[in-house]
Design a protein around this ligand. Structure first.
Ligand SMILES: Cc1ncc(COP(=O)(O)O)c(C=O)c1O
Length: 435
């Protein structure tokens, strides 16, 4: 999240924002100063009854929409049975069923196992624990612009200083960063691979590196799609040096890119994957999924957590899987991505109002840059913030991201109707071209 607050709250929203300011830590950001009262599929309403089309999806959490009826049915049924025993104390069926489903859909060949946890950052932390434990090695390579969470290790792996690392140091040792290829900034796949080779010469011997962690499509960093050639070169480099490849699919997973996982576009497999966000359609659940021999390396009790794989969250995830199985969500993702990319290209082609830079995406994981002049590349963070304000005031919630805070990312629920999708894009277009 980039901007702390994006508009001047009004009415009873303002009173709540004031209470929030007094009661809540300043360190927790707030993208929109409106208090949500109700949410359904791709729409939310605030406490004043104002309607917003949601192109933020709770930051990539509701790919199957807010409160999908199937997800809610699973949740209500589970509420009547058991809400907590702690899976490490007395297990329950939904926990095991979610692991089985994740093992089946993971793009990893051979025997696969899963460990459920609660948040994305926790999944990342545990992926590194699995990698270290199996490999008997310590270090990890990550990428500039990558985002892996706000815990100590998560922020150390994250490749962006402000606000994630600012004044929170020192960082845990043994984490190295290399450039992520960005064609329009002149950073190539060769540059990234060369940087790793240099790292092996200058900073750390490959035999000390347990894993390379990468988002197949960077999320918070600006929706940059990892070129297939990069992923293939990383796979080879990992194989050559006996290093594990971890795909962080927390933002790019669960249908967002038109496939279940973005790694399916890449032609190579990771050894471990992290998933969270849209896994449970609005309930806190995350997982590490990986090759069974790696997942079985820690001793019992070394992995887990009191709430890890909570029964309600697991029931919700089973609902999400059912929605994927019955509602053609992947085809909807491909279609949504096509519509968004066509509309964004058409808006940019008008060359009016705010200047749009690079437009990019994979499936329905789409974004564009806001730049200082038409045809230019210079990031314009102020204009980006202004655009989010304008859209919110007109009833569209959009989120910014990016190392330069000038990227608008679209994370519309994949279940949104085409009518609502176009309605949202109309608001966006009017806000950009200045109507
Ligand atoms: C790629 C990626 N990894 C990790 C995380 C951290 O997840 P959480 O916020 O659930 O801890 C995020 C959250 O945005 C993410 O996008």
């Amino acid at each position: 999240m980039n901007a702390p607050i994006i508009h001047q709250p009004k009415g009873s929203n303002a009173a709540w924002v004031e209470r929030r300011t007094k009661a809540v830590s300043r360190g927790i950001g707030m993208a929109a100063g409106v208090m949500v009262a109700k949410a359904e599929n791709s729409e939310v309403w605030d406490i004043e009854g104002n309607r917003y089309i949601d192109f933020g999806g709770g930051i990539a959490v509701v790919n199957t929409g807010h409160r999908h009826p199937t997800v809610m049915r699973h949740v209500y049924e589970q509420l009547e049975k058991v809400t907590h025993t702690c899976a490490m104390v007395m297990p329950y069926a939904p926990f095991i069923e979610v692991c089985e489903k994740l093992n089946a859909v993971a793009p990893i060949s051979g025997e696969v196992k899963t460990a459920l946890v609660t948040t994305g950052a926790e999944a990342v932390e545990n992926a590194i624990k699995f990698a270290r434990c199996y490999m008997g090695r310590s270090d990890v390579i990550a990428f500039h612009g990558g985002f892996h969470g706000r815990t100590l290790l998560g922020m150390a792996l994250t490749g962006k200083v402000a606000p994630y690392k600012l004044k929170f140091g020192p960082m845990p040792a043994g984490i190295w960063h290399v450039p992520f290829p960005i064609a329009h900034r002149g950073i190539t796949v060769e540059d990234s691979i060369h940087a790793i080779e240099l790292l092996f010469k200058a900073d750390v011997e490959p035999s000390r590196v347990a894993a390379i962690i990468i988002e197949p499509v960077q999320g918070e960093g600006g929706f940059y799609v990892a070129p297939k050639e990069l992923m293939q070169a990383l796979r080879k480099l990992c194989d050559d040096h006996g290093i594990l490849l971890i795909a962080d699919e927390i933002q790019s997973g669960f249908g967002r890119t038109g496939k279940f996982f973005a790694m399916e576009h890449m032609g190579v497999e990771p050894d471990l994957m992290t998933v969270a966000k849209s896994l449970a359609g609005g309930f806190p659940l995350a997982a590490v999924v990986g090759k069974a021999k790696i997942m079985d390396a820690p001793d019992p009790g070394g992995i887990g957590g009191t709430y890890a794989g909570n029964p309600i969250a697991c029931a919700a995830a089973l609902g999400v899987f059912e929605v994927f199985e019955t509602e053609g969500i992947l085809a909807k993702s491909v279609r949504q991505g096509e519509i968004i990319m066509q509309r964004l290209a058409a808006i940019k082609a008008k060359g009016k109002g705010m200047a749009m830079g690079d437009i990019r995406g994979l499936g329905a994981m789409c974004a564009f840059d806001v730049v200082s002049k038409h045809g230019g590349q210079e990031p314009d963070a102020a204009a980006t913030k202004a655009l989010t304000v304008k859209c919110l005031e007109r009833g569209l919630l959009i989120l910014s991201c990016g190392v330069y805070a000038n990227t608008i990312r679209l994370l519309t629920p994949l279940t949104a109707s085409e009518a609502v999708l176009h309605e949202g894009l109309d608001i966006l277009e009017a806000a950009i071209v200045g109507n």
